[in-house]
Design a protein around this ligand. Structure first.
Ligand code: BGC
Length: 800
């Protein structure tokens, strides 16, 4: 980069050069301007490892350079350990630099609004405070190495169904208090180099074209000075996205694609001011990060990174159940390891975050080398393609279990059940996995279930086994980490960062409309435990839950209000009273006792994780700022702290509160104006749900129509799945599915084909230039859309 400021460089650029800078040069790099010595910088996925595709491998998910596959965000989120996540971030930054990547595309801090979300494995939590703390730690670690982060997917990107066109209809309080809050403190405190604008629409406008979101909230209110990059293919029309604040459209679609932008600039429909502002931000990013990615770096210590991946995996492993101290395994136990995932594990999610690992530890080989081959037997229990069990496989599993002291059954969610690009439709595990647990538990009472999955599942057999360990998708070292946890060499450090509902039907979002045009966030603030705790519903495992191998006692709990009367500090002493080293997570929830607006029963506002040797103690101090007690007032458009009584609840999960006490806060003096509040939100009820009419009142505007486009009237936002009444739509889906399997380079099988069909069914014509790697341009996509509509109309007119 020449020794010139971005502002000086801007003055030397031609219009064509400026426009070229606002889109990538290809799938992964920004555009260079050689004449002025402006280099290109490379962006790359993220978030749990570096994915640098081999040159010429296009959009293949599998042809990339090996990199350490750290635990996914689902597992990192469960660690409740920002210091550890920061170290993972540093390691990711070092590997990114080694691959010449200037901006790593992560972290994902969207909330897990529903447990069926196909990308939940890439997100930290259902709670914005926990999610933001983890996201901030990740950004801080990565950026400490000189590599930029990309906070994604901004905002309300909570479903994969029709993900390119769906309109998330969210009321303002839920948006501010939950969905935006998960990004806000990360932006303000850590200043990520970039924020990635999401595919979906938010309250009627695509995030990449949403000036309210990008210019007013992100930049205006939060003071974000970095660059906004579109999610890949999310910026359809740069003449709309640039003025809205989306600076860079990725990926690039070639120079021909610049023409319509240049025309708009000349015609005055794209303002020069907006273009210059975006270009200056792109130049600033290049200036700041070009050298970091090209300067010679020491090769990363991949052994050390593997060890860190193992430590992080154990720290995110949640011991859900451990009756009669079944775990850790007693020395000298004979162990039957059952389940094909034990030797061919699922340890990361499917989709754009897929990493080619540097190595993979399996649970079976790790246990065998730690216990000795004579102590370990194994049986696959099910096949890995169809996830079915033959009677012979079940009999073999039972025989192995009978002959052992302990049976460890390894099951979970296969990739064809859970992937980026499509949501699940239920929370069940494969039937064969459930049946395997039942069969093994029937012959060996010491059955330990180990789960490999990116998000909650129904566990119908959970009362029939004494121990359940949630390993999530724990990265390339998850096998050895799990072996260490089972043997007690490492402790299960994780606590759930999300609720495990008893069934999907018990989850409020399962009963709310998702598509064809909108996703109605009718539950408003009642997301995750905020719902279950408010309606008093039973859950399988609550938010924050996780057992330890040791025991802790909390004492001297004290709560103090700041002299100004608007901040609180919580102090306590944590003592490890057991005989092993271990960690404990102190969670602080706030319950608003006297509120003039509806509030969830309680909300997590602070936490601390402590690790202690046996007998040791430590003083923990958790500060709750003013914001921990405030709500978003939709009339004054600001945060309001109502004076009055708040209850501070300190516990080990949202359902295991060990201490509670009241504090009186003086708060804001003025009586705030209030928005209309329908009864369904004051006293939410499981039976009633959240009726449309109430949500409409909360929203303060009529609900946008949620109907499918008629054949012949498809738009750029109609998903291919909603074109299936027409022959053209059906042919299109079949063609796209075949292409997708080829493009991503997945090994073909009937289940893979089926899931590829589901993934491409979410596509809209907006995405065609991107998925065709510019073979079909914008004009081509519009022509194709017109053709499909014409064919559909012809067919409608023709008598049957
Ligand atoms: C994903 C992003 C990812 C990008 C680049 C998109 O489809 O939504 O998370 O960073 O692709 O691979």
């Amino acid at each position: 980069m020449p020794d010139t400021t971005p502002a000086e460089l801007l003055a030397q650029l031609t219009d064509a050069e400026k426009v070229s800078l606002t889109a990538g040069a290809d799938s992964w790099t920004t555009s260079a301007v050689e004449r002025l010595g402006i280099p290109a910088v490379r962006l790359g996925d993220g978030p749990h490892g570096v994915r640098k595709p081999h040159d010429g491998s296009g959009m293949s998910m599998f042809a990339s350079h090996p990199a350490t596959c750290f635990p996914t965000a689902a597992a990192l989120g469960s660690s409740w350990d920002p210091a550890l996540v920061r170290r993972v971030g540093e390691a990711l930054g070092r590997e990114a630099a080694g691959h010449g990547i200037a901006v790593l595309l992560g972290p994902g801090v969207n909330l897990k609004r529903t447990p069926v979300g196909g990308r939940n494995f890439e997100y930290f939590s259902e709670d914005p405070h926990l999610s933001a703390r983890m996201g901030a730690a990740w950004v801080s670690g990565v950026q400490s190495t000189g590599i930029g982060a990309s906070l994604k997917h901004f905002a309300a990107n909570n479903t994969e169904q029709r993900r390119y066109g769906i309109d998330a209809v969210v009321d303002e309080r839920a948006l501010r208090e939950l969905y935006l809050a998960s990004f806000e403190s990360v932006v303000i405190e850590e200043r990520p180099a970039t924020v990635m604008a999401a595919y979906n629409q938010l309250n009627g406008s695509h995030c990449t074209e949403n000036g309210r979101l990008l210019n007013e909230v992100l930049r205006g209110e939060w003071g974000f000075e970095g660059l906004v990059v579109s999610d890949w293919g999310a910026a359809w029309d740069r003449t709309l996205s640039i003025p809205a604040g989306n600076d860079l459209a990725m990926p690039g679609l070639g120079v021909r694609d610049d023409r319509y932008v240049l025309d708009a600039l000349r015609a005055g429909t794209l303002s020069r001011e907006a273009l210059d502002a975006s270009v200056e931000r792109i130049l600033a990013l290049v200036e700041r990060h070009a050298d970091a990615a090209t300067a010679p770096v020491d090769p990363p210590d991949l052994d050390a990174h593997h060890r860190l991946a193992r430590e992080a995996s154990a720290a995110g492993t949640v011991l859900l159940k451990n009756d009669d101290e079944t775990l850790p395994l007693r020395p000298g136990s004979r162990v039957a390891v059952i389940g094909a995932f034990a030797s061919d594990p699922r340890f990361q999610g499917a989709g754009s975050s897929h990493v080619v690992p540097t190595r993979v530890d399996t649970l079976l080989s790790s246990l065998t080398s730690m216990l000795g081959p004579d102590a370990v037997t194994s049986a696959p229990g099910y096949d890995l393609t169809h996830h079915e069990s033959t009677p012979a496989q079940l009999a073999e599993a039972q025989a192995a279990a009978r002959a052992a002291d302990v049976a460890v059954v390894v099951i979970g969610l296969p990739e064809v059940f859970e992937t980026e690009g499509v949501d699940r439709t239920h929370l069940r595990l494969p039937d064969s996995h459930d049946r395997l647990v039942e069969a093994v538990a029937a012959v060996n009472p010491n059955t330990v279930v180990v789960l490999q999955n990116g998000s909650p599942a129904e566990l119908p057999w959970r009362q029939k086994v004494p121990a359940i360990v949630e390993g999530y998708l724990g990265g390339q070292a998850s096998g050895s980490a799990m072996a260490e946890v089972l043997l007690g060499e490492a402790e299960p450090g994780g606590r759930l960062a999300e609720t495990f509902p008893r069934t999907y039907a018990a989850h409020p979002v399962s009963r709310l409309p998702n598509g064809p045009a909108t996703a109605e966030y009718r539950e408003s603030l009642y997301v995750g435990y905020r719902y279950f705790d408010s309606v008093g519903a039973e859950v399988a495992f609550p938010f924050g839950h996780g057992l330890s191998y040791t025991s802790f006692v909390w004492s001297d709990v004290a709560v103090a209000v700041s002299p100004g009367g608007d901040e609180v500090s919580v102090q306590l002493v944590v003592t490890n009273t057991g005989s092993r080293a271990g960690s404990d997570v102190v969670q602080v929830y706030v319950h608003d006792v006297e509120s003039s607006v509806f509030r969830p029963e309680q909300e997590l506002r602070g936490f601390a994780k402590v690790s202690l040797e046996p007998g040791a103690d430590t003083r923990v101090s958790i500060r709750l700022p003013r914001r921990a007690f405030s709500y978003w007032n939709t009339v004054s458009q600001g945060w309001v702290l109502e004076p009055g009584l708040f209850e501070i609840r300190v516990g080990r999960s949202s359902r295991d509160i060990l201490w509670q006490g009241g504090v009186e806060l003086s708060g804001d003096a003025a009586e705030p104006l209030r928005h209309d509040e329908p009864a369904a939100y004051r006293i939410p009820s499981q039976a009633l749900g959240f009726p449309a009419a109430d949500f409409e009142r909360l929203l303060g505007r009529p609900l946008p129509p949620n109907v499918a486009a008629l054949p012949g009237s498809y738009t750029l936002d109609t998903a291919v799945r909603d074109m299936q009444q027409t022959v053209a739509g059906r042919l299109l889906q079949r063609y796209l599915a075949r292409q997708a399997v080829k493009t991503i380079g997945a090994p073909a099988s009937a289940p893979v084909d089926a899931v590829a069909g589901e993934v491409v069914a979410q596509l809209t014509f907006r995405m065609f230039p991107t998925v065709s790697e510019a073979a079909v341009g914008r004009r081509g996509a519009l022509r194709l859309l017109a053709l499909v509509n014409r064919l559909a109309r012809l067919r409608r007119r023709r008598p049957r």
